[in-house]
Design a protein around this ligand. Structure first.
Ligand SMILES: Nc1ncnc2c1ncn2[C@@H]1O[C@H](COP(=O)(O)OP(=O)(O)OP(=O)(O)O)[C@@H](O)[C@H]1O
Ligand SMILES: [Mg+2]
Length: 462
């Protein structure tokens, strides 16, 4: 079974619009989030690279300065010891020896400062240097305790056999450490360069991702906009078609009304007029009574014609008696006129519906039944109107010829669709040649309508 393509436009459009809106919002939101995350990530990585660089340079300089201090203190201590050993005057010798205590402390402090920033590769030469320095100061401590005679006796051998070799060894170790320290700086510079390379790669990846995402989003947005434009264009041409059809229908209706007034009512009134003139001229009582009978018959016919015309335009019983009686009347009239068996089954609850809903349902049933009469060649038409929960279900089913809903579309079907759409409802027409036709409309009710029935009319209509 096929459904009328236009009959579900309102529903499918609603279904489609929400996900598109959601997809676009998610897409743009995601893209913006990506850009923000990438920017924050890049700044953080830049900060890390910079602070690593600053830190390793600072450590390098601190270690370099501690080594320089140690070297200077070793040289200075050698000078003081030499002056102490060579000094002929005990007092001057003591004064030179007194310099060594603070110098030894300074050396230990410098060693300690170096230890705090020690790199793993420097550990081995550093421990050797510390051992040498401690041994050196122990030797110096013993030396400053020498008497004048010891100094005179041992100074040259001490100078050349102890002081100079130890100092040379210490300075060599210090040079080794300085070399390792420099290598450390070079290594950390290499690490910074590789971190900068990683950052560059990360930036390029992020840029490519954002560009790709932006491109996809732009394509989706363009496709979405184009689809909307196409739909708008389709709607516009539908509207134009509808208004042309409406104008034509209005003109046809006026023509039919004029014909009805002229051919039927006008003819009857003319006939009454002629009969009246005939009655005026009648000489015999029998002629007069025949004219009067004829006038009465014509007047009754005219009254019926006027009533039929009025009922066709707007059945007054829809306002006076309610929807169910109006539908039953229409069914009876159609059955009488055409011989078609029209069966109406309607809830009493439907009479509480708002005016707009009642008019819509009446017109819809009227059009569907008229179609069944005009096009279906059906034997029976079943009409059902039921209030179910928060909606009203209207169905009109005939067992006639059916039709291909893909190709046929007239003002009647368009009108039904428009009426149902205006109330936020859904119209579905199911038919195929030889299998009859089912028209189904589901009209939603607002909470107020569900609770108050008629009271809601003014709210909706006004
Ligand atoms: N119940 C039906 N059985 C068979 N064919 C139908 C039925 N209802 C509609 N059709 C087909 O669909 C076409 C369109 O129907 P629609 O009511 O829109 O226009 P119409 O009845 O031809 O003209 P109008 O209603 O404007 O006077 C009809 O011409 C007819 O061919
Ligand atoms: Mg029709």
């Amino acid at each position: 079974m096929q459904s009328h393509p236009g009959s579900q436009v309102a529903v499918s459009e609603e279904k489609r619009r929400r996900p598109s809106w959601l997809i676009l919002s998610l897409g743009f939101g995601g893209l913006l989030t990506c850009i923000v995350v990438a920017a924050v990530g890049t700044l953080a990585a830049l900060d890390r690279v910079r602070s690593n660089e600053v830190h390793s340079r600072k450590m390098f300089l601190e270690r370099l300065s501690a080594l320089d201090q140690i070297r200077a203190q070793i040289y200075l201590s050698g000078t003081y010891v030499r002056d102490f050993l060579l000094s002929p005057d005990p007092l001057t010798a003591q004064a030179q020896a007194a310099h060594l205590g603070p110098l030894e402390r300074d050396t230990h402090n410098a060693i300690e400062a170096y230890r705090r920033n020690l790199e793993p590769e420097e550990r081995e030469p550093f421990l050797a240097l510390r051992k040498e320095i401690e041994a050196y100061w122990q030797v110096l401590d013993t030396t400053v305790g020498w008497t004048q005679q010891d100094r005179d006796r041992l100074r040259f051998s001490f100078f050349y056999n102890e002081l100079v070799p130890r100092r040379t060894a210490m300075l060599q170790i210090a040079d080794r450490i300085a070399l390792v320290n420099e290598r450390g700086l070079t290594r950390s510079e290499g690490q910074s360069a590789s971190a900068a390379g990683n950052l560059r790669r990360y930036l390029m990846l992020t840029f490519a991702g954002t560009l790709g995402g932006g491109l996809i989003l732009a394509l989706v947005t363009i496709a979405f906009t184009l689809r909307l434009e196409r739909e708008l264009e389709l709607r516009r041409s539908d509207l134009q078609e509808l208004s042309t059809l409406l104008l034509r229908a209005q003109e046809n209706e006026r023509r039919a009304l004029a014909r009805e007034l002229h051919d039927e009512i006008g003819q009857s009134l003319s006939a009454i007029l002629m009969e009246t003139e005939g009655a005026e001229c009648a000489e015999r009582r029998a002629d007069l009574s025949s004219h009067l009978d004829s006038i009465k018959g014509l007047a009754e016919k005219t009254v019926n014609q006027v009533r039929d015309l009025a009922l066709l335009l707007r059945p007054s019983m829809l306002d006076d008696l309610g929807l169910a009686p109006a539908l039953n009347w229409h069914a009876r009239e159609t059955s009488k006129r055409t011989g078609l068996n029209v069966v109406v089954s309607a809830d009493d609850a439907i009479d509480d519906l708002p005016d707009e809903h009642r008019t819509c349902i009446y017109r819809l049933v009227q059009e569907a039944v008229n179609n069944a009469v005009r096009h279906a060649n059906a034997r029976t038409v079943d009409v059902s109107v039921r209030k179910e929960g928060h909606k009203v279900n209207v169905t009109v089913r005939d067992n006639g010829a059916g039709f291909d809903t893909r190709f046929l579309r007239g003002l009647g079907l368009l009108g039904m669709e428009e009426r149902v759409r205006r109330l936020g409802g859904r119209l579905k027409i199911t038919s195929e040649p030889g299998r009859g036709t089912l028209v189904h409309a589901a009209l939603p009710l607002s909470d107020l309508e569900k609770r108050n029935g008629h009271e809601a009319d003014s709210y909706l209509v006004g």
